[in-house]
Design a protein around this ligand. Sequence first.
Ligand code: ADP
Ligand code: ASP
Ligand code: MG
Length: 316
Amino acid sequence: MKIVQKYGGSSLADAECVRRVAQRILVDAKNNQMLVVVSAQGKTTDALTKKYLELSDEFPSRESDALLISGEQSSAALLAATLRRYGVDAVSLNGAQIPIRASGKQGDGRIKEICTARIRKEWKQGRIVVVTGFQGITDEGDFITLGRGGSDTSAVALAAALKADRCMIFTDVDGVYSADPRRIEDAVRFDSLHEDTMLDLALHGAKVLHPRAAALAKQYQVPTEVLTSFSDQAGTVISVDAPRRTGVTASNPGDHTVVISGVLSSIPQGGLWTEILNVFSEFPCSLKFGSNVFQAAVSEENATALMKRLHHIIYK
Ligand code: ADP
Ligand code: ASP
Ligand code: MG
């Protein structure tokens, strides 16, 4: 099988995490061709961003991208070296070495094309390939980043280009939930989830999968799963055959408000709808309705309380 695995920042936060991830890869790589996409360790991208903002709030975006890609470069080298230490052959490659061609605004690039020849060559030599997420290379030969959280998109795009049998997104929660489980303690974990619900949740702020990754998974029918790197538990399988579900998300538009969205699997029936509207009347907010999404912009201090109330009504 061809397997793509992506490990996020928290999964690679320190040496112990890198070793744990390497051990897991060793097991999964037996009899499989394995490509691993990595994010920067822990909060490295935030720390690098802080560094350039300390120097100037008008830091040139070409240079901020050149700085930010260093986080993923270092993760890839550390993981490939750890795998080699464990006795398997592994090689790290960045967006220019592959190459992953991308275009658009610096800091918000879109992948246009991925050349898979180098990866296939490394696989032929029996190597595990470790690729830097979050980055591509422009036609001018410059690095460009893909937007915060963009390593998920690198993984799904690589899985699509390689026609991988599995694309496993490893993170710090054990799947996709009806709401952020760190915010809503009784959030419900989904074993499987329809690709459209995944896309809607991602577009409305469920950080667990980057929206462009969800869109690419749907467009290219990439068999994608979201799972934890901290245990062997099964995660959430995303597919066209899985049920649509209802979820509540939060996003920050950057104006000190929080937009709470309800992504609905179906139109709520009379009683439920009245209850939802009653909850909104308790909170000062501006409301918007779409075909299967309702949204309310609230103050930061009211956000979690509103989310909890909505989630409770929907999942009681
Ligand atoms: P990574 O570094 O692995 O990419 P992220 O921090 O980007 O991880 O995404 C994982 C986080 O997404 C979780 O820790 C969780 O707090 C958050 N999250 C938000 N909404 C959801 C949801 N509906 N289901 C699961 N996790 C969610
Ligand atoms: N390191 C980048 C970020 O923190 C990309 C990613 O983690 O997906 O946004
Ligand atoms: Mg992420």
